[in-house]
Ligand binder design. Structure first.
Ligand code: AHR
Length: 660
């Protein structure tokens, strides 16, 4: 299917393509591969991960808790919960009722007070995150905190039910003693269910208080208790990411300053982490998600731990005192900026300080005495204008005075060009900023056309972090965007340009990362999941192929002495991997015709085995899905002569060529 707009093709190349197709001949390109050192290192951080709690990425996704609103903390405290046999919360019902007791002085403000009049009829039900995903035969830790207030309630009976109301597991917890107590038990469901529910009933009549009603799979990443969803972390691990940027995204900024992400509220005991509405809750009128909150079970300690598990540099991004400029654009006054700056300084101590420091001690108490060795920090997410520059300056001075080795990431706003972008770059250059974050969400054609974007960037200015990018098949924030092959192919073409400019571009990441099939707000996304499984998009495989083959040193590949950045639909970059003793070439052919390449290696001695990894699909609108991942890398080998060799590259294809 030919849906591409080839907007920058020359009349000449069109006619060649037409003639060669007519003659039935395969178009041939002669490429020179020069192994001479360019003295340009591919940074270990070149390909990383951007994580934001959007599309149920954390609660309902990576954070494996299965009970939504486990602690009754949402603004509507019964969100996710349903009482049956009661129509209102009036006390004069024949079965029972639930009220919320609030203590505003606490961070975990609410608990449920349950009065049971008729224990045969009162049922409290939780719907999970668009259902509860359960795998047959696996073990799940169920727990709750309960205080027996009055009456003779002797047991809490918990059932898991399938979509038809059939019981797939049930257990009773015997209630004993006075005061708050934690009750724990293990569930082993008899069936795999994507959208189960949890039901609680009581034996006896009386009043109990309940809080932190929780259900977690035991089979989490590294089998950590109350940990992260294993299949999702595995997909991140397989990317071999150079860094992990967290916790966003606009979520860092918040709709208002009060709703900004405050890392200190996300550490310590999980039950004491104050819940906060998620910025994406009502972000888009076409995808309202009123049940989207942040429990912070996945908080800053867990993010650092995840980065460590992935072998990625942690890159936390903090609020710089500016709420999302697409929302309230609320601004902290300059004279009130200190607490924000202190948060940044304290965070560095939390990550890197030894156990004698105030924040290093807290990290140690949380189970990680070894420092996380954080090297980067982001000041603001996607801010723009003079207000940002003014605040950035103060942050920069404070951070570098105390921690001169920390690299600061600054922002250039939401677009890859225009007034805000130009202003931001001009000012940041004057300030000798270290790394500037650029964001681009645009059409596939933009990505193909911009593979030369960084060729002209100043080599002595700030480095670039291509921190958020993704090709949009329909348009930015359009719900019908697809992760189709055309978008992935165009990103691959663009990425050869990032790699070719590795002396300027030192960090890159696709965005957003995750989306729940029933709980998303933003498309396209790198990895899609439901309550049971996940699949990788073609865009994911593009990221993986670049990241897994990033090499260590840039070398030159050219056609007619010119870099390959889209002329004749052909893109390429090449690296040496000095650790693996390999030469790796990345070729992207965005033509609808297959081509033949003659590659002339100079100053490279190579073996006769050529490994080819191909990523392609016959249709540009093809996608992967939960049932099948048809677009996945396929590996083959070819024996080649020493020196000049030829390879065929299919139409619309990314190929990685590896030579020992
Ligand atoms: O990736 C989704 C959003 O896009 C991010 O939160 C924000 O930084 C950008 O506008």
């Amino acid at each position: 299917m030919k849906t591409k707009t080839k907007i920058f093709v020359t009349a000449f190349s069109l006619s060649i393509a037409f003639l060669s197709a007519q003659n039935g001949k395969v178009k041939k390109h002669v490429l020179d591969l020069d192994g001479t050192s360019t003295n340009i290192k591919i940074q270990p951080t070149m390909y990383g991960i951007f994580f934001e709690d959007i599309n149920f990425a954390a609660d309902g996704g990576l954070y494996a808790e299965l009970i939504k609103n486990r602690s009754f903390e949402f603004d509507e405290p019964l969100t996710g919960w349903k009482q049956s046999n009661t129509k209102t919360l009036s006390p004069n019902l024949d079965s029972g009722f639930l009220t919320i007791i609030t203590d505003k002085s606490k961070t975990n403000k609410n608990f449920a007070r349950i009065t049971v009049w008729n224990d045969e009829n009162y049922v409290l039900e939780n719907e999970g995150f668009r259902g509860i995903g359960l795998h047959q035969g696996e073990k799940y830790d169920f727990s709750f905190n309960l205080e027996n207030v009055s009456g003779n309630i002797s047991a809490v009976n918990t059932k898991l039910i399938d979509e038809n109301g059939m019981v797939i597991f049930s257990v009773s917890s015997i209630i004993k003693g006075a005061g708050w107590q934690k009750y724990s038990t293990v569930f082993i469901p008899s069936k795999t269910i994507e959208k189960a529910k949890l039901q609680i009933t009581f034996t006896g009549k009386g009043v109990v208080n309940m809080d932190m009603i929780s259900l977690f799979p035991q089979n989490t990443w590294k089998r950590r208790k109350s940990g992260l969803r294993k299949d999702l972390v595995q997909k991140l691990y397989d990317l071999q990411p150079g860094f992990l940027r967290f916790p966003g995204g606009c979520i860092v900024e918040g709709r208002t300053l009060a709703e900004r992400y405050q890392w200190k509220k996300t550490i310590g005991k999980v039950e004491d982490r104050e819940n906060l509405i998620n910025k994406w809750n009502n972000g888009f009128a076409h995808r309202l998600t009123p049940d989207y909150w942040q429990s912070f079970g996945l908080g800053f300690f867990e993010y650092f731990q995840l980065a460590e598990d992935l072998g990625a540099e942690p890159l936390p991004v903090l609020s710089c005192g500016m709420a999302c400029q697409f929302n309230t654009a609320e601004l902290v006054k300059m004279e009130d900026l200190d607490p924000y700056i202190q948060d940044a300084l304290d965070l560095i101590e939390f990550a890197n300080g030894d156990s004698n420091t105030k924040w290093g001690k807290i990290r140690t108490e949380m189970g990680h005495s070894k420092p996380f060795n954080m090297k980067f920090i982001g000041v603001g997410n996607e801010q723009w204008g003079a207000d940002y520059i003014e605040r950035y300056k103060v942050f920069e001075k404070a951070i570098h005075t105390k921690y001169p080795d920390i690299k600061i990431i600054s922002g250039s706003g939401p677009s890859p060009d225009g007034e805000f972008f130009d202003y931001g770059w001009k000012e940041l250059k004057k300030l000798n900023a270290q790394v500037v974050d650029e964001h681009y969400y645009n059409f596939p054609e933009w990505f193909m056309k911009n593979a030369g974007r960084y060729d002209e960037y100043n080599r002595s200015g700030p480095k670039v972090f291509a921190g958020e990018y993704a090709a949009q098949s329909v348009g930015v924030v359009k719900p019908d965007n697809k992760n189709n092959w055309l978008t992935a192919l165009s990103e691959a073409a663009f990425m050869t340009g990032l790699e070719r400019n590795a002396d300027v571009v030192t960090m890159t990441s696709y965005a957003p990362l995750f989306a729940h099939a029933d709980g998303w707000q933003w498309t396209p996304d790198l990895i899609w999941f439901n309550n049971l499984s996940s699949y990788a998009t073609p865009n994911y495989y593009v990221q993986k192929l670049f990241s897994n083959n990033k090499g260590t040193d840039l070398i030159k590949i050219s056609e007619n002495r010119k870099p390959l950045k889209g002329e004749n639909y052909l893109y390429a970059s090449a690296v040496h991997d000095l650790e693996k003793n390999e030469t790796i070439i990345k070729i992207v052919n965005t033509d609808d015709e297959k081509i033949s390449l003659e590659i002339n290696p100079k100053n490279i001695k190579h073996a006769s085995k050529l490994t080819k990894i191909l990523l392609t699909s016959s249709g540009l609108s093809d996608e992967n899905n939960f049932q099948t991942e048809t677009i996945t890398p396929k590996e083959e080998t070819q024996t080649i002569k020493k020196g000049k060799f030829s390879v065929e590259i299919s139409a619309n294809c990314l190929v990685i060529l590896k030579l020992k």
